[in-house]
Design a protein around this ligand. Structure first.
Ligand SMILES: Nc1nc2c(c(=O)[nH]1)N[C@H]1C(S)=C(S)[C@@H](COP(=O)(O)O)O[C@H]1N2
Ligand SMILES: [Mo]
Length: 395
């Protein structure tokens, strides 16, 4: 580390960036830093942005909804992210499963709260809206996010919603009822061409899961009513957990017994949520939480006084608390160097941005990998899940 740090520092001097004042190792990604070389210093050294390089083997059309039903998709273009533009607009927010053609958006909606309870309760959307509050920015990521799709099954929005646990507790559960099933409409006339075979979108949570994550039933997204494809009129958001738990078109909250069977959705997503097996019982599932993750979102090519330089811009997300450092590797993880945080945020409910000034030693194809500080849970980073490749022709 000492060695690569020195190399980085000499590289920074070569590029004429500002000295890395205040750049100590004990700050968090996303915390404000005085004298951050990622802003003023860089812009002085980097004269003109010549182009933005695409990543290899990523080939989607971004920002357009395609397909229908379960196979309907929209991939968000993450290359456009800026520290002051972290929120994804509604029509650019990723879609996994489009509005069910068997639903009628103008028909009245009812939410049934029942199961093992003394008496069921039915709420209207207006009843939920009456207790919905601003929930802040939260990231959603599909557990099946993948390289070919530019990892674009991931977006951030500002949400309004009602705490799920408060709604569930409007009824009185029976003594044996200790878990909560959230279920959504899942009827599509067109069957899925590929993996999705089992209809029924539902997930079972413990009250503690719902409490700790602050899970809420969303009514609005970025200040607008939920768009049809995003679960209109009610959808679950489980902050910090994979999208497969964030049931759309929610019509039922049900108290269930502790030994209840896992739902087909939980079994279908068992490997993608990193379960050790397709467990038969709901209580055997570990939280479908997103570990600390990080990846580049674009590689910019710049001219400088002394030639060509590259600026890698990336994001960090997931994890229970902000990582202290994010490091980047261009040699299949042999050596790593620390990136510079770009924008201050105070929490890690969504992504934060970083940048890295890069002088590739030679033309060629480079794989880019990231990691966080040792001791942080980062299962997908450990597995090189977010590997991206870039081709450099000019150094
Ligand atoms: N009813 C229903 N809810 C669902 C799904 C579904 O197929 N049906 N897909 C889930 C998955 S896998 C993901 S990643 C998120 C996607 O939410 P979005 O399309 O609003 O981004 O919705 C979840 N909720
Ligand atoms: Mo997903």
């Amino acid at each position: 580390m000492e060695n690569s740090r020195r190399q980085f520092l000499s590289g920074a001097i070569l590029l004429g960036t500002a000295p890395l004042t205040g750049c100590t190792r004990d700050r968090s990604i996303g915390q404000p830093i005085l004298g951050d070389a990622g802003t003023g210093g860089e812009s002085r050294a980097l004269e003109e942005r010549l182009e933005t390089l695409g990543f290899l083997e990523e080939d989607r059309a971004y920002g357009v909804a395609t397909g229908a039903g379960w196979d309907g998709r929209l991939y968000t273009d993450l290359s456009k992210l800026e520290p002051d533009q972290l929120v994804t607009e509604n029509d650019n927010f990723y879609v996994r499963t489009r509005y069910p053609d068997q639903l009628d958006p103008s028909a009245p909606w009812s939410l049934r709260i029942g199961g093992l309870v003394s008496q069921d309760l039915t709420l209207s959307v207006e009843d939920v809206e009456a207790v919905a509050v601003d929930q802040g920015l939260h990231l959603l990521e599909c557990a099946g996010n993948f390289r070919g799709g530019g990892f674009g099954l991931m977006s951030v929005a500002g949400w309004t919603g009602a705490p799920l646990l408060d709604l569930a507790r409007r009824v009185t559960p029976d003594p044996g009822a200790s878990r909560i099933l959230v279920s959504g409409f899942d009827g599509h006339s067109v069957p899925s061409a590929n993996m999705h075979s089992t209809p029924g979108a539902s997930w079972i949570f413990s009250p503690e899961d719902l409490e700790q994550t602050g899970a809420f039933l969303a009514t609005h997204m970025n200040g607008e009513p939920l768009p049809p494809d995003h679960g209109y009129p009610l959808r679950l958001v489980v902050p910090g957990w994979y999208g497969c738990t964030c049931i759309k078109w929610v019509d039922e909250i049900s108290w269930v017994a502790d030994d209840v069977a896992a739902t087909s959705q939980m079994i279908e997503f068992a490997s993608r949520t990193h379960q050790t097996a397709e467990h038969p019982l709901a209580r055997q599932y570990t939280p479908a939480a997103i570990d600390q993750a990080a990846m580049p979102v674009r590689v910019e090519k710049w001219s400088t006084a002394s030639g060509i330089a590259y600026r890698v811009v990336g994001i960090a997300w997931g994890g229970a608390r902000p990582a202290q450092t994010i490091e980047i590797s261009f040699d299949e993880g042999v050596s790593f160097d620390e990136v510079e945080p770009l924008a201050p945020i105070t929490q890690n409910a969504h992504w934060s941005m970083w940048s890295y000034l890069w002088q590739p030693p030679a033309a060629g194809t480079y794989s880019i990998l990231c990691r966080a500080d040792a001791g942080v849970a980062m299962l997908r980073l450990d597995r090189a899940y977010y590997l991206r490749e870039v081709r450099i022709d000019d150094v």
